[in-house]
Every structure is written in C-alpha cells, then in structure tokens.
Write a new protein. Structure first.
Length: 298
C-alpha cells in the first residue's frame, strides 16, 4: 500500500513501498467512478502534486524554508506556534528528498479512495478526509513526541490515507488485493498487517510517523461505525454544502452489508468463469447493486 515512507521533514528518509494493491472495483458492473464529474479523490491527488512541484521547483533554493515554516506541522503548535492552518496544510506537503513519499501516498489515496467516495459521495468523503488529516496530525504529533521526544516536524498525507484504507477494508473485507503487486490476500489481512507494522514501528527509532498512521486508522474505523467526523461542527452552509447534498448512507444495515459481500462474490465469479456464467438471479443482484451505488451521489 505504500505507507512506510511517511517521514519527518527534518530527516532524509529512505523511501519505500512495502505493499502493492490490486482488486476489483465497481467501474463496470457498479457505479461508474466518473459518473458526476471529476472525483474528489482526483482533485486531492492533483492538489498534492501541485504543492510538491512548488516545493521542488520554487522552495528548494531557500532550503524549503516556506514549506517547513508555514505548511508543515511542528511540535510548537499551541505553544509557540499558532499557525492553525498547518493542521490541514501539512497533509498536502511531502518530503522533497524522495519521490516515494508522495507516490506511495497518492497511489493509495487514489486506489482505495475511489470506492470509498463512491459510497459516501464527494461531500462526505472530503469532510472525512480533512477531519482525519487534522486529527491524525495533532494527536499523532504529540504521540510521536511522547514516544520519541524532542522537537518534531510532521508532514504528509499518511494519516488521512490510513483512514481511507481502513474505511475501505471495513466495507470490503473479503475483496482480494495483491500484496507487493504479486501475493493475493484478503483486504482484512492486509489491514491487520498494516496495523501490526505501525504498532511495532511506533516503538522503533525510525523517521516514520507510525503514531499518526494508527490514529488515522482509528478515525476510519470510528467513521465506519458512527459516521462521525469534524464536519459535524461546521455550519450547514459553505464549501462542503456546495459540493452536493449529504448522501443518506445506512452503514450498518444488514441488507447493505450482505449486498457488498454478494457483489464481491459475483465479481470474483466473473473473473474466474466469465460473465456468461451468471444466473438470472445473480444478474439482478448486480443490477440492484449498480442502481444503489449510482443513487449514493444523487
């Protein structure tokens, strides 16, 4: 999934991507990803790339002073630093010392985020993502400082991406993904490996913000269970309101959970035996799932 390259800005990390992912999405049988204009997840990836290009093209000459001083999140927040916008902006800044940092994060955000956005719609997805960035940044910053001590500067979309990945796994636990792009594993197994990796890593002396990953993952699980994010504290009018109406998502309706599992099974059957192998009843199930996903963003 490319999550081990999240680092502190003051370090020159060794980049890497321990996980590769591949699995079936609902592009053809279910909701089309581009059904109502460009996806929010695509907009987020583009914004991250623009900020990264600014770093390496215009801020490099100053030693990344603008980035580290005004955009990244440092441990002086609420003490000597009251640049509150950094709670969000740090999640759009990546280490200029290795391209793997932004590539790993953006690949995972794009790969897992499309299906998550298909379920919740642009407005809820953006609200969840920015909330997870903020919470994993602030709480992760002080968790890392407590575990490792000393001043810390945090940057990268890892916390938000971790939340998106866990939310994806909660909805599609039995979907098959490719570990390192080679080894097929169930999504829930990949989630366990991810959590164990970060839990063990949080006690190591690495440059990776494992604590922020775990907090982001917790945000994804809480959102799946309760639907709560920081967007509930925002006024009902504004930017998020203009993105579209809040979709009605019944997270724990047994019928919906069963439908997800049945669709995963049918997609796997199509991959093995071809579409002609489907019965009339199975085709109706896919049609019903397609209509449900199309209506989520209306």
């Amino acid at each position: 999934m490319g999550i081990d390259s999240r680092d502190y800005y003051s370090q020159d990390p060794e980049g890497g991507s321990p996980f590769g992912g591949s699995g079936g999405q609902y592009g053809g049988q279910g909701r089309p990803w581009g059904g109502q204009g460009r996806l929010m997840v695509t907009n987020l990836v583009i914004l991250n790339v623009i900020v990264y290009l600014f770093e390496i093209l215009f801020d490099k000459g100053s030693g990344y002073q603008f980035t580290s001083r005004y955009l990244a999140l440092d441990s002086g927040l609420f003490v000597t630093n009251w640049k509150l916008w950094q709670i969000v902006t740090y999640g759009f800044v990546h280490s200029p010392h290795t391209i793997w940092h932004i590539l790993g994060n953006m690949f995972c955000l794009w790969f897992f985020g499309r299906d998550v956005e298909a379920i919740y719609g642009k407005r809820r997805f953006l609200s969840f993502y920015l909330s997870t960035i903020a919470l994993s940044g602030v709480l992760g910053l002080y968790a890392e400082q407590l575990l490792k001590g000393g001043p810390i500067t945090l940057l990268g979309a890892s916390g938000g991406v971790a939340g998106v990945i866990i939310l994806y796994i909660c909805h599609f636990p039995h979907r098959t993904l490719l570990l390192y792009f080679v080894i097929p594993v169930k999504a829930w197994v990949l989630g366990v490996l991810f959590l164990v990796y970060d839990f063990i890593g949080s006690f190591s002396d690495s440059h990776v913000a494992h604590g922020a990953h775990l907090i982001g993952a917790a945000c994804g699980w809480i959102f799946y269970k309760t639907g709560w994010d920081l967007g509930h504290w925002l006024p009902s009018r504004g930017l998020l309101q203009r993105l579209g109406p809040r979709p009605k998502v019944h997270l724990h309706e047994p019928e919906v959970d069963n439908l997800h599992r049945e669709v995963d099974r049918l997609l796997a059957k199509i991959a093995r035996e071809g579409e002609a192998s489907l019965t009339r009843k199975e085709r109706r199930t896919l049609q019903r799932a397609s209509e449900r996903y199309k209506n989520r963003d209306r």
